[in-house]
Unconditional design. Structure first.
Length: 226
């Protein structure tokens, strides 16, 4: 019998690719996408993904959303309390693990392991240790399309924001920038790929600077969907 697991879902390429990878396995069944929502702005934290687009991703993936609502501002204590409640609910429903799309940051992995200890949920890291240059090419070759929606301007110039990852963009990344953005150089919104049953129509919104980061808003494109 397959183990029922949740997938930590950021709306970006790494969590999307993790869903694709997990679906190739015969021992697990992803039963939900676990994500936190800033209820004040109705967006996914950090990536800034609109709630409507998050729901569109879940529909395209044919997966239920497990939303964890968070206030704004949100202290770490409030965040951890909300996540603990979500974990308890998952265990009650027969879920045994949460998978994450982390690649190599040891402190992030250790934090997740510490938080899940004694919850009854095992942390899983299906992409851990992959060479990120090889990994991003694997994603692109499989048809994944992800737009850079958040960037650290101290590491990437503004002309990268709002662009889809492709081989041309990868060739122009500064040498110090990880090609998967794992060090926080950039974050993405995934709108097509083998984890989705249909692409998500999107259009460009405005680009703003907030909290020291560049954000390129992405909007649902209802005209394309019609």
């Amino acid at each position: 019998m397959k183990r029922k697991i949740l997938l930590s879902w950021s709306s970006g390429k790494d969590s999307a690719w993790t869903l694709h990878v997990l679906r190739q396995r015969g021992d697990v069944e992803v039963v939900g996408l676990l994500t936190t929502i800033n209820t004040h702005f109705q967006r996914v934290a950090m990536h800034g993904t609109r709630h409507a687009l998050l729901k569109a991703q879940a529909t395209a993936a044919r997966m239920p959303l497990w939303e964890v609502p968070l206030p704004w501002p949100c202290s770490n204590d409030i965040y951890e309390e909300a996540m603990s409640a979500a974990c308890a609910s998952a265990v009650q429903q027969g879920i045994s693990a949460i998978a994450f799309g982390d690649l190599f940051l040891e402190d992030v992995r250790r934090y997740r392991e510490d938080r899940l200890r004694d919850t009854g949920l095992e942390p899983m890291f299906p992409l851990w240790g992959r060479d990120t240059r090889q990994l991003i090419r694997e994603m692109l070759d499989a048809g994944l399309r992800a737009r850079i929606v958040c960037a650290d301007p101290s590491k990437l110039t503004g002309d990268f924001i709002g662009r889809d990852l492709d081989y041309d963009l990868l060739s122009r990344l500064p040498a110090a920038v990880d090609p998967c953005g794992e060090n926080g150089e950039f974050h993405t919104f995934t709108h097509a790929g083998p984890m989705f049953f249909q692409p998500i129509p999107i259009k460009d919104g405005e680009t703003v600077t907030r909290d020291g980061f560049l954000y390129a808003d992405v909007l649902p494109n209802s005209e394309m969907a019609a």
